[in-house]
Design a protein around this ligand. Structure first.
Ligand code: C5P
Length: 244
């Protein structure tokens, strides 16, 4: 490290080393199991300096990774550029775009379960510029064209070979939350959907609490509003029961 502060030779923070050691040594209900988690937003470039993103903080996905790790799972954490730093004691794979996230997920599999908590951009800019777009003095704005991104959750749910035994998706909705989430579960063919209402009044997107409905083939369970950490622990517990 030429600067002495930053680089691969720098010792990790002691708390991070402790978390990693605990994760490796813990004998929880998910010991010996591998769980892939996607988290955070994706960024879709417009040109080399500009991008389109969304308001996902990565808080819920990060909390899920922590809860799974604490139950003993080996966690493969594929994350877009989130506000919340990735947890210690998990394998962190950083990506920016949805297509990079899909590639990273496919490269990281196999896993016993996959939890897709990322807020993946539905569209990318199809005519992204290779060099910075400039004003040309005419007052005319550039026209962006969009192309649909691959659906990572649907792709993993429908893998013919090597599909994780349990695939969990999220459904952030602003209206008819349960009906839309039930339809989403069927369309994407994941096993469970964690549905939540992200209407502006709820303060859920970017906030520290969540109110979710867990939708499986058999049940629709309304969970009380609680901290995202608590949602994560309850979900991790359910995943452990399902994989047991
Ligand atoms: O269709 P919608 O974006 O509402 O679905 C949300 C769920 O699908 C989340 O689990 C999200 O991580 C996943 N998803 C994905 N790839 C996409 C879009 C959504 O994995 N391109």
């Amino acid at each position: 490290m030429a600067c002495g502060e930053y680089g691969p030779g720098r010792m990790a923070e002691p708390v991070a080393i402790l978390a990693s050691a605990e994760a490796m040594l813990s004998q929880g209900p998910l010991s010996g199991k591998t769980v892939l988690v996607t988290s955070g937003p994706t960024l879709e470039p417009i040109d080399p300096v500009r991008y389109i993103a969304n308001r996902s903080s990565g808080a819920q996905g990060t909390a899920i990774a922590v809860a799974l790790r604490d139950l003993g799972a080996k966690v493969l954490f594929v994350t877009g550029p989130a506000e919340v730093p990735p947890p210690a004691g998990v394998k962190v794979i950083r990506v920016e775009t949805a297509r990079q996230m899909l590639d990273a997920v496919q490269a990281a599999l196999p896993a016993d379960a996959a939890v897709m908590a990322a807020a993946v951009a539905d569209w990318r800019v199809a005519n992204a510029a290779g060099s910075k777009l400039k004003k040309d003095g005419t007052g005319k704005a550039p026209a962006l064209e969009f192309a649909e991104n691959p659906d990572i959750l649907a792709t993993v749910s429908q893998m013919a070979k090597g599909r994780p035994r349990l695939v969990v998706g999220f459904a952030a909705e602003t209206d008819d939350v349960v009906a839309h989430a039930v339809a989403k579960r069927a369309r994407k063919r994941c096993d469970w959907i964690v549905a939540n209402d992200v209407s502006p009044g709820t303060g859920i997107m970017g906030g520290s609490e969540n109110a979710v409905v867990l939708i499986t083939a058999d049940v629709q369970e309304v969970w009380p509003r609680m901290a995202k950490d608590a949602v994560a622990r309850r979900l991790a517990q359910r995943i452990a029961e399902a994989l047991a």
